[in-house]
Design a binder for this molecule. Structure first.
Ligand code: NAP
Length: 311
């Protein structure tokens, strides 16, 4: 278990995961947390990051900040998803090493796994095949981050744990259609369609792709659990352990919202990877599993969107 009195740096704390992490760390009794906004510390600038670490000297670093987005955003800006994320990662790893942090966490993503690998996806499938092209830039940046964790451990003994996260949703979701992930985008589409009295909602792809969703409360529970209990730079999956087709998900959300129109699938748009479900045996063997059910998580997300918290 890491010291509750040690200085903890949370990056990306204005985002969905970072904000929830900040709250949960406080609940867990951490008393010395720093969480600069991008205005206070832009992680893409090495000089800024170096000066910040020199001044603050954090003991534990959660590398949560990243440029994040759905298929549309990734396809429109592959350069940004690769370069921006690489800059942030390189600057943070270098600073953690230079200023001798005690332990770090680098948050990865299930996007790092090959497009066509056996399901559910085991950690050992990393780099065993080609990546999904729609978010290749983002995935390459994440793979570089987890390799940096491995190399820094091997070469210098600096320990960074690397959870690979499936689709996360929950409080703090972005509902901006350009940048949001599928679950929050669907909630917005169906609530808006119902409010506007629309008879039809058109969605991307065929709806056959299967995806796994974890609530952000379970995500941050898992991150704190791994910082406390896992002591290896080898990647470890953090997921819900079960998946659902996008068409089933859309139906579930439509029913919860009370949308009675039809759902039409736009076959000219991509589905992304056909199936993406993480094998969670490794983290479960350590004693962690997710708790929030998809149904209650969706109800909560609909309520939050309707309340206008995240528009
Ligand atoms: N959400 C998911 O489904 C999912 C799935 C797998 C992995 N992940 C990983 O989980 C992490 C958090 O995701 P999220 O959903 O919470 O994303 P998010 O809501 O978009 O938050 C991203 C955070 O990173 C910050 N950030 C980005 N670039 C920065 C920079 N150059 N300097 C300082 N701050 C910067 C953002 O600051 P601004 O507010 O100023 O932009 C924001 O606070 C990411 O590493 C992501 O790759 C997420």
């Amino acid at each position: 278990m890491i010291s509750r009195r040690g200085k903890v740096l949370v990056t990306g704390a204005t985002g969905m995961v970072g904000r929830a992490l900040l709250n949960e760390l406080k609940n867990e009794g951490f008393s010395n947390i720093i969480a600069p906004t991008r205005q206070e510390l832009d992680l893409a600038y090495s000089q800024e990051v170096d000066s910040f670490f020199d001044r603050e000297r954090p003991s534990y670093v959660y590398m949560v900040a990243a440029k994040v987005g759905g298929i549309g955003a990734n396809m429109a800006d592959p350069v940004g998803f690769l370069l921006d994320n690489l800059k942030v990662e390189i600057n943070l790893f270098e600073a953690c090493h230079k200023y001798n942090t005690k332990k770090n966490l680098f948050l990865g993503s299930s996007c790092i796994y090959p497009k066509e690998c056996s399901q559910p996806i085991k950690e050992e499938y990393l780099m065993s095949g080609r990546l999904e092209p729609t978010n290749e830039g983002y995935a390459l940046a994440k793979i570089t981050g987890l390799k940096l964790a491995e190399y820094y451990y091997r070469q210098y003994g600096m320990l960074t744990v690397c959870p690979m996260l499936c689709n996360a949703y929950g409080t703090g979701n972005s509902f901006d259609l350009q940048n949001s992930h599928v679950l929050s985008a669907l909630v917005k589409r169906f609530v808006d369609a119902k409010d506007d009295g629309k008879k039809e909602v058109v969605l991307w792809g065929l709806g056959v792709a299967r995806r796994e969703f974890i609530h952000v409360d379970d995500v941050v529970g898992g991150l704190i659990f791994l910082m406390d209990n896992y002591n290896s730079p080898e990647i470890i999956n953090l997921g819900a352990g079960k998946d659902i087709t996008i068409s089933e998900l859309a139906g579930l959300i439509a029913r919860k919202v009370g949308f009675e129109g039809t759902i039409k699938w736009d076959r000219t748009k991509p589905d992304g990877m056909l199936r993406k479900c993480l094998n969670t045996d490794k983290i479960e063997a350590l004693g962690f599993s997710s708790r929030v059910s998809l149904k209650s998580g969706i109800e909560q997300t609909i309520a939050e969107y309707k309340a206008g918290n995240n528009k």
